[in-house]
Unconditional design. Structure first.
Length: 87
C-alpha cells in the first residue's frame, strides 16, 4: 500500500529520496504501523516524535491504511507563560 509521510523540523533528515516539501510517497506492507514506517525511514527508536494520521493523533501501534498521510513532528517546547492580567 502507499501512504504519504510528512516529516518536520529535525526529522526531515530521515526523508526518503524523492521527497518534496517535507512530504514523500512511501510504499509499506499492508498492516504497517506508525512504528514500522518510522523504522523503514531509519528513524531511531529513541527519537521522540509526535505522530498524526490524517489530522488525528496516532500512537506507534496505529495501523495505517492505504492513502493516509502520516505527519511526524518533534515534541514542541518553549513558549512563554501568559502574563498576569489586572482585572
Amino acid at each position: 500500500m502507499t501512504i504519504q509521510v510528512a516529516l518536520y523540523a529535525g526529522l526531515t533528515r530521515y526523508r526518503p529520496r524523492g521527497a518534496q516539501n517535507r512530504k514523500a510517497t512511501v510504499d509499506v506492507p499492508d498492516g504497517a504501523t506508525v512504528l514500522d514506517v518510522m523504522r523503514q525511514l531509519g528513524v531511531p527508536d529513541d527519537v521522540p516524535c509526535v505522530s498524526v494520521v490524517d489530522g488525528t493523533r496516532a500512537t506507534a501501534e496505529t495501523v495505517l491504511r492505504d492513502g493516509e498521510t502520516l505527519s511526524v513532528f518533534p515534541p514542541l517546547t518553549g513558549g512563554a507563560a501568559a502574563p498576569d492580567r489586572a482585572v
